[in-house]
Design a protein around this ligand. Structure first.
Ligand SMILES: Cc1cc2nc3c(=O)[nH]c(=O)nc-3n(C[C@H](O)[C@H](O)[C@H](O)COP(=O)(O)OP(=O)(O)OC[C@H]3O[C@@H](n4cnc5c(N)ncnc54)[C@H](O)[C@@H]3O)c2cc1C
Length: 329
C-alpha cells in the first residue's frame, strides 16, 4: 500500500495531495500496490470523493469534531497509529508548512526514515522507493533509499507532479477508522487561527477584482470572496467599513484613501457606491454589482446590476465555478 496524507486546507490552491496521488498511481504501476489517501478531520466527505476521483483506491477516514482544526501533534499520533495497524509500505506527505511539521513526527513514532522536500520519486531495481532530494544547499541531488525500516517516508514539494484529471466515474473504498478515546493530546492550544490572504498580484494591476462592502454582512461571508478570487485568478478589494471592521487588511482598501484599480472585470458585492469608493473604480471595464437595494449608486454605475443577497450570489458563483473546474480538470 502507498499512503498519501490528505492535506485539504486551502483546497483549491493547494493541490499537493492530488499531485501525490497521481505520483503514487505511477509508483504502484509495477507492484500493483493499493493507492490510499488518509483524511483526518471533521466533515471530510467531500474530500473523500475528491481523492477517489483523483486516483485513490481507498480512503482511510477518521472523523471527529476534535479534528476540525489541524494539529501536528494529534494528527501525527493518529497517522502513526493507523500506519501501525495497516502497515503501508510508503507514506507520502506534501511539503506544505503543515506537512513539514507532521511528517517528521510520524517518522519518529514509527522509527523510520524520512526524506524531506523530495523533487522526484521512483521505484528502484530492488523495489525500494528512490527519493531524490536537493542536498548541500541545492548544489547536489541526493538519491536516498530506506532499505531496512518501514514505511518509507517522503515529503514532496507542491507543484512537482501533475494531478490526474478528475474522474467522477472512478470508484474506491472508504474505510472509517474509529477515533481513539481519549484523543491524543496536543501540548499546544490553538488560541486563534488568523486567515492570511495570499496576494499574488498588485490590486492595481489585477485583471479581475472582487470588491466587498458592508453588505457582505460578516467576516466569514466576506472571507469567501478570497475563495472566489482564487477561482477567478483575481484579487480582493474592500470598502472602508470592511477594513475598519477587520474583515480585510488595509492593503485591500479601494478608494480615495486606498488604491485605484482598473480591472477588466470588477465584482462589487454589497457596496453602496459612495463617491470616495467609486472615484477609484472609474477605469474598470466591466462592473457586476450585487446589492439588495436597486437604487444604490453602485447599481446605477454597474454594467450588470443584480438585486440579491451578496453572500448568496457569491456562494452560488463559487459553487458553479468549482463544478466547472471539476468537470474540466
Ligand atoms: C475622507 C473620507 C475618505 C474615504 N475613503 C474611502 C475609501 O478610500 N474607500 C471606501 O470604500 N470608502 C471610503 N470612505 C467611506 C465612504 O464614504 C463610504 O462610507 C464607504 O465606501 C461605504 O462602504 P460600503 O459601501 O461597504 O458600506 P455602506 O455604505 O454601508 O453600504 C452597504 C451596501 O450594502 C447593501 N447591502 C446590505 N445588505 C446586503 C446584502 N445582504 N446583500 C447585498 N447588499 C446588501 C446596502 O444596500 C448598501 O448599499 C471615505 C470617507 C471619507 C469621509
Amino acid at each position: 500500500m502507498i499512503w498519501v496524507f490528505g492535506d485539504y486546507r486551502n483546497y483549491f490552491q493547494n493541490r499537493v495531495t492530488l499531485q501525490l496521488l497521481a505520483k503514487a498511481r505511477s509508483l504502484a504501476e509495477d507492484s500493483g500496490a493499493l493507492v490510499c489517501a488518509v483524511a483526518l478531520g471533521h466533515g471530510v466527505d467531500e474530500y473523500v470523493r475528491e481523492y477517489i476521483a483523483h486516483g485513490a483506491d481507498r480512503v482511510y477516514v477518521m472523523d471527529h469534531p476534535a479534528l476540525a482544526a489541524y494539529s501536528a501533534a494529534t494528527f501525527a499520533a493518529l497517522l502513526a497509529g493507523l500506519a501501525k495497524t495497516h502497515r503501508p509500505e510508503i507514506i507520502l506527505v506534501g511539503a506544505t508548512d503543515f506537512g513539514r511539521e507532521l511528517a517528521p513526527r510520524v517518522a519518529r513514532r514509527l522509527d523510520t526514515g524520512l526524506t524531506a522536500d523530495c523533487v522526484d520519486l521512483s521505484i528502484n531495481e530492488d523495489g525500494l522507493l528512490k527519493q531524490t532530494a536537493p542536498a548541500f544547499g541545492g548544489n547536489l541531488l541526493a538519491e536516498i533509499v530506506t532499505p531496512r525500516h518501514r514505511p518509507q517516508m517522503a515529503t514532496v514539494r507542491p507543484g512537482i507532479f501533475a494531478e490526474l484529471p478528475h474522474d467522477d466515474q472512478r470508484r474506491g473504498e472508504r474505510v472509517d477508522a474509529p477515533p481513539p478515546d481519549p484523543m491524543p493530546a496536543d501540548p499546544a492550544t490553538l488560541v486563534e487561527s488568523v486567515f492570511a490572504p495570499r496576494r499574488d498580484q498588485r490590486l492595481e494591476e489585477a485583471r479581475v477584482v472582487i470588491c466587498g462592502g458592508r453588505g457582505m454582512g460578516s467576516r466569514a461571508r466576506f472571507r469567501r470572496l478570497y475563495e472566489l478570487a482564487g477561482l477567478l485568478n483575481g484579487e480582493v478589494g474592500a470598502t472602508r467599513p470592511v477594513v475598519y471592521a477587520g474583515w480585510a487588511d488595509h492593503e485591500a482598501l479601494v478608494g480615495q484613501a486606498g488604491r485605484q484599480i482598473k480591472p477588466r472585470l470588477l465584482f462589487s458585492f454589497g457596496i453602496s457606491g459612495a463617491i470616495q469608493h467609486t472615484a477609484a473604480i472609474h477605469d474598470a471595464e466591466f462592473i457586476i454589482a450585487v446589492n439588495k437595494n436597486p437604487e444604490a449608486p453602485m447599481m446605477k454605475m454597474a454594467d450588470v446590476a443584480i438585486v440579491a443577497d451578496a453572500g448568496q450570489v457569491s456562494a452560488a458563483l463559487i459553487k458553479q465555478l468549482k463544478e466547472r473546474l471539476r468537470k474540466h480538470s
